[in-house]
Structure formats: C-alpha cells, structure tokens
Ligand binder design. Structure first.
Ligand SMILES: [Zn+2]
Ligand SMILES: [Zn+2]
Length: 306
C-alpha cells in the first residue's frame, strides 16, 4: 500500500494579508437540502433534552456515562490528533496502524470524511477570515459555527490537499465513512441498548461536534491574540479545555505545523500530551515543534511597532 508520509509542501499557506474587502459567503444548497441539514443539527438537541430529563429521573447508569466519556474522548482524539494535527498539518509521522486508527476515530466524530475535513480545513487556513473562508465569523457567528455546513460549503480537494487524493488509506477510510459512523452507534447499542445509543452515540456526537465548531466560531471571535496572524483567530482557554487544546487557535494560526497548540506549560493541551506520549514510546517520529529561536523571532516581529 502506498502511503504518502511526506506529501509536498503546502504551497497554499501564505503569510496572511490584511483582511480588507471580502464578498460574503455564497449559499449553494437548495432549500430542501438546507432543511434536511437543519433537522440533522436540531434533532440531537431534542435528544439532549430527553437525555437530561432521563438524568433528572435517575434513569441513567454509570455504563451510559462511561460510554459518553469513552466515545467522546476517542472521537475527539480522532479529530484533534488524527484529522487535524496529523493528517491536515503533518505535525508528526505515524506508523500505518496508528494512521488507520486515528482516521477511523476521526470519522466516528461525524464531522465529515477524512478527505473532506482536511481539504476544508486547508482552505480555512489559506483564506482565514478573508473571501472564500469556509467558516469565518465575519459572515456571522452562527454561520461560522454550523451555518456554513447547512448553507452548502463544498471542499475542493484538487486545490486544497490534492496529495491526500493519492493516499490510498485516506481514500479508503473516506469512502467507507458510513461504516465508521455506524460503529459509533452499534457498539454503544451492543453495550447498553438504546440508552447506550442515546449517551454514547447521539449526545456524544452533539458534544464533539459543537466543541469542534466552537473552535471555528468562538476562537475567531472571543479571546486573546498574542500573534499577528492577519486573521481574527484567538486563544480561548475554555475552548482549549473542552477541545483537547485546540482552543489555542491563535497559536495554531501562527505555527500551523506545530503538533502542539499549547505553547507554554500554562496552556493545557491534552492532544499535545498524547502526541508527546506517543513520541516518548517511540511510536511516532518527526514531531513538529516551535523552536525557541522561531518563537523569539516571531515575538520580536509581532511586538515590534508597526
Ligand atoms: Zn489547522
Ligand atoms: Zn482558524
């Protein structure tokens, strides 16, 4: 199996320019499609309401909470360590078995297949908060959170992440996406029936999705901007805690390939801790990190008077 561990450089990640004039996001989906996607986003909220009512009635058991926490953790690791830091930004080199595991876990988060997710995210970095950004809050906060999916953003992997199309494993996991999504419901069902599906499947899916989407909405709106990245990206510690360190999003826009988004000890980054653990065990290699020299250079540039 051909595995592209070292795809070509990301020639489309330039130093961002000032945001300036920008055309608003174009709505492409027909009405019926938007209505369908809206149901997909709103229905889990009712399931969450039912789940909370069940909790109130003490109809929830430890096994359900364990399913929720377990599947939440696995799906989130799949997205943050797998889809984002490994696949999209090539923050480290992984053996085949780990690559497959991470891509499967990422698929279980139900945020789209691996190719779609990575390509969309590369386009976000290439156009961050400028015209063509898939999910900029400059088109509206709700748009950045979830509206962009409902309105119809379509990834262009020919342009963004074309090297991923040549990666047979990425394409295999992308084409078999429904299988991995289904597993995230079938396993909880086998463990605790429909109650397992509610907590380990639906509620878990809702939480993982909204936490990830918060990186796009909250972390381009609220928080601090220690680095001048030419976009609206921010560091937000609440999102960082919930999203496995992804809330240090201004850091990430400043140093896109770094496998670590928390750049100081006081910036908790659980995905980074997992990556460090895998590195210490000798499972992954070539872990990308910001050197003290790079940091000093960047700080000098970004704090210098304009
Ligand atoms: Zn990124
Ligand atoms: Zn961003």
């Amino acid at each position: 199996m051909q595995v592209l561990e070292r795809p070509p450089e990301l020639e489309h990640v330039p130093e961002p320019e000032p945001i300036g004039e920008r055309a608003p996001f174009r709505v492409d989906n027909p009405f019926w499609m938007r209505a369908l996607l809206l149901v997909f986003v709103v229905a889990p909220l009712f399931a969450l309401g039912y789940a909370i009512w069940q909790l109130w009635q003490r109809e929830v058991f430890w096994i359900d909470i364990a399913l929720l926490v377990g599947f939440y953790t696995l799906a989130q690791i799949g997205v943050t360590v797998g889809y984002h830091r490994y696949l999209t930004h090539r923050g480290f080199v992984a053996p085949t078995w780990l690559k497959f595991t991470l891509l499967v876990l990422g698929s279980m988060a139900i945020e789209g297949p691996a190719l779609t997710w990575a390509s969309t995210h590369l386009e976000h970095h290439a156009k961050s908060d400028r015209e063509g950004d898939p999910h900029s809050p400059l088109d509206g906060f709700i748009h950045a959170h979830v509206g962009w999916i409902i309105d119809g953003f379509y990834h262009d992997s020919n342009k963004y992440g074309h090297w991923l199309e040549k990666d047979r494993m990425v394409m295999f996991v992308t084409r078999t996406f429904p299988i991995w999504v289904s597993l995230g419901f079938i396993i909880p069902y086998m463990v605790d029936g429909w109650r397992g599906v509610l907590w380990g499947g639906v509620v878990r899916m809702l939480l993982v999705q909204h936490v990830t989407w918060s990186v796009n909405s909250i972390c381009h709106t609220f928080g601090s901007r220690p680095f001048q990245t030419g976009d609206q990206s921010t560091n937000n510690w609440i999102v960082a805690l919930l999203a496995g360190g992804e809330g240090w999003h201004n850091n990430h826009h400043a140093f896109q390939r770094s496998a670590f988004h928390g750049l100081y000890w006081w910036q908790p980054d659980s995905s980074g801790w997992i990556i460090r653990g895998l590195e210490m065990l000798g499972i992954i290699r070539d872990v990308q990190r910001v050197t003290p020299e790079q940091m000093a250079k960047r700080m000098a540039r970004d704090t210098a008077p304009a």
